[in-house]
Design a protein around this ligand. Structure first.
Ligand SMILES: [Zn+2]
Length: 238
């Protein structure tokens, strides 16, 4: 077995929110932007240790495009992955609900996801649930902007609920943050070990109409019926 199993693989880690966009905030004041940056920073090192090439959309408490609108910020994350281009895009978040009860871990791929995107979502969800042991809310499909518009296998992780007081404390715990990061890294390793057996993504044509302008997707992102609170929170952060 190679000591660098992910050599040559390009991974973009996208810690959600940042700077003037805090994301979800728990009842004790724990901020999503801080939790996901901590998890992402550990994951970054884990993936480097496995030999991957890794870029983060942000490494500090800043917007990805400082001073820009939310739309600019989301587009900058997607552009970084598409222009490199990355082999895999992982967006890391924490969830929230207007009730304190909901809890657990869930993972998303886009509604039009490739087999590869569905597989990476499934493998990371499985690994997080096995290792961190929060409630298994499963793998779901939703068109979050960053996973709908990235042109490579992409997944968005909702590690746990900051609106649940017990889970808020866990998410703020550096030991639990490390557990999440190591579990995600394991899922990434599992994915690349079987990637070549999965159907490749369809060849990419020129950008579709609207491909240069995120506005239509952005509105859908905010307004699709049944969307989780994550999207509402993003909307409030504009
Ligand atoms: Zn988020």
């Amino acid at each position: 077995m190679s000591i660098s199993p992910l050599a040559g693989k390009r991974v973009v880690i996208d810690p959600g929110h940042g700077g003037k966009f805090p994301g979800a905030v728990g009842p004790s004041g724990v901020k999503e932007k801080d939790v996901v940056l901590s998890i992402s920073t550990i994951l970054h090192q884990d993936l480097l240790d496995l030999g991957a090439e890794v870029r983060m959309t942000r490494t500090g408490d800043t917007e990805v495009l400082p001073g820009g609108s939310l739309r600019d910020d989301l587009k900058a994350r997607v552009d970084m992955a598409n222009e490199w281009p990355a082999d895999l895009f992982i967006s890391i978040h924490a969830n929230a609900n207007d009730q304190p009860g909901p809890n657990g871990t869930e993972t998303y791929h886009s509604r039009s996801a490739s087999d590869r995107s569905k597989t990476i979502a499934k493998l990371i969800q499985k690994s997080m649930v096995e290792d961190v042991k929060l409630n298994d809310r499963g793998v779901k499909a939703s068109d979050f902007y960053v996973i709908k518009n990235t042109r490579m296998p992409a997944t968005l992780l909702e590690t746990g609920f900051l609106s649940n007081p017990a889970e808020e404390q866990k998410l703020a715990d550096p030991a639990v943050q490390a557990l999440f990061a190591h579990a995600i890294a394991k899922g990434v390793g599992d994915y690349f070990s079987i990637e070549t057996h999965l159907k490749p993504d369809a060849p990419l044509g020129p950008p579709t109409q609207g491909g240069q302008d995120p506005e239509p997707h952005f509105l859908e992102y905010l307004l699709a019926p049944g969307d989780p609170v994550e999207m509402l929170l993003v909307g409030q952060n504009r």
